[in-house]
Design a protein around this ligand. Structure first.
Ligand code: SAH
Ligand code: SF4
Length: 440
């Protein structure tokens, strides 16, 4: 098989020591390429700067502050990817910015893999001279509407919860003249975008393909938000109308790149116009990140998903070495400190590994654990997606269903996340910058 990193695909050893240094280094937050939040951007790149940072640049050019607003509007709302096309700015100013080396610099989709189920997986390249690509995924219809990709928002958080049954109709371009006004009003696209927060990951979960890359680097706020904007643009999403969910569940551990991750959220909420209630960030349980997250204002805080993945510390430490540093009780305690919005629940993701985490006794233990926690919890079960060189097995469908039923019987909402785009390596835990799209 042809992979971006062939040596990675054949690696079969499972080192279970997590590098504390790697975690501490990346936990330090934004790297030198950070963008919004007062962190210096990659020279010449405008995408990723928030309105305040753009205003500083404009002031330095002796331009009025409203020029910054116009630029933000063009990059984040109109999704203009080239300075020369920012028609609201005077031509002379565009030329001057370009002459001084400024460019929009939004990340670009460099490769597309299309799945038979409508999922698209993208390799996204930065324009700041970084060679590595990251992965992002587009899932029309979410994954069934209730399975924790963020698309359950309506069911859990609104009174009516209607749109769940709506059949999505995909508009390739909202501006497409061939779509009549009547059609475009009645058909709201429904989809989920999944983005990466790091190139690779330092956390070393034993069942995850991304872990095999190790941590290559943190993404900047612009690189994280840029994946979203590039996909919105490709899919012709109308942010004000369409039902779009966003999950930070791609490559990497968002809470080990906290500053850039949250700066990206602020850009996406304040500049792009997405709702944080339709965003879900998933963490393997980085305690300092959860504590910071608890302090974020409600109007800027995505929902939280915790990758629980095991019924107790013994099993969890085996498959997620990070558990030795921050065990389950400490995690649940920290999660309990988050002031939740009305009807908001904490999602617990649970990867079912055949025989390792999918037994009836495990299900009963998870139910007890979550009930005792007193948290408003729901569980998203994910049947393990295979990857080369990762020695686990997918659970039997009967044990998946039995597991789910045990949780439901205990009063815990439990859903099975449909694997999306397995044939193009786009499913959970399969993101590894794979350049092949052959079926597994
Ligand atoms: N690093 C974050 C977010 C990215 S991983 C985290 O771990 O939470 C997103 C989800 O995919 C996690 O819940 C993780 O447990 C799950 N996952 C990882 N590898 C998987 C695999 N091979 N099959 C199914 N789910 C997997
Ligand atoms: Fe990193 Fe998440 Fe994969 Fe664990 S499951 S290695 S935290 S991406």
């Amino acid at each position: 098989m042809l992979y971006a990193e062939p040596e990675m695909s054949t690696k079969t050893d499972h080192p279970i020591q997590i590098s504390a240094a790697a975690i501490t280094d990346s936990a330090a937050g934004a790297d030198e390429h950070g963008a919004a939040s007062g962190v210096t951007p990659a020279a010449g790149t405008l995408f990723g700067l928030d309105a305040a940072a753009l205003a500083v640049r404009m002031k330095a050019l002796h331009e009025p502050a409203f020029r910054a607003r116009q630029l933000a509007e063009a990059m984040y709302r109109q999704r203009v990817a080239d300075l020369s096309e920012v028609s609201t700015l005077p031509k002379a100013l565009r030329q001057r910015l370009a002459a001084e080396g400024w460019q929009v610099g939004r990340p670009i989709i460099s490769q597309v893999f299309q799945s038979s189920d409508g999922t698209e997986r993208y390799l996204v390249a930065s324009q700041g001279g970084e060679a590595q690509t990251v992965e992002a995924v587009w899932m029309p219809e979410g994954d069934g509407g209730e399975s924790g990709d963020g698309s359950e928002t309506e069911a859990i958080e609104t009174v009516s919860g209607t749109g769940m049954e709506e059949q999505p109709q995909i508009l390739r371009s909202a501006q497409d003249d061939s779509i009549s006004l009547k059609e475009s009003v009645s058909s709201r696209l429904k989809a989920t975008i999944c983005v990466s927060s790091q190139v690779g990951c330092a956390v070393n979960c034993q069942f995850c393909l991304t872990a095999r890359l190790g941590l290559q680097r943190n993404l900047t706020a612009g690189e994280i938000a840029g994946q979203v904007v590039a996909i919105l643009d490709r899919q012709g999403v109308d942010v004000g109308r369409d039902r779009l969910n966003l999950v930070f569940m791609g490559m990497g551990e968002p809470f080990l790149n906290y500053d850039n991750f949250m700066a990206a959220v602020r850009l996406l909420v304040q500049e792009v116009g997405l709702s944080p209630r339709r965003m879900t960030v998933s963490t393997s349980g980085i305690l300092p990140g959860i504590e910071r997250f608890a302090q974020e204002p409600a109007d800027l805080r995505p929902k939280l998903a915790i990758s629980l993945n095991a019924p107790n510390d013994a099993v969890r430490s085996q498959i997620m070495p990070i558990n030795r540093k921050w065990p389950i009780a400490a995690l649940l305690d920290a999660v309990g400190q988050i002031p939740l919005r009305p009807r908001e629940r904490i999602t617990f993701e649970y990867v079912l590994l055949g025989e390792v985490t999918d037994r009836p006794a495990h299900a009963a233990e998870v139910a007890r654990l979550l009930r005792r926690s007193g948290l408003p919890a729901k569980v998203n079960l994910i049947a393990w997606n295979p990857g080369p060189g990762v020695a686990y097995s997918t659970p039997q469908p009967e044990s998946v269903e039995r597991f789910r039923q045990t949780l439901i019987d205990a009063g815990i909402p439990a859903y099975l996340r449909k694997p999306r785009g397995r044939d193009i390596y786009a499913a959970c835990g399969q993101l590894k910058r794979t350049v092949e799209s052959a079926p597994l």
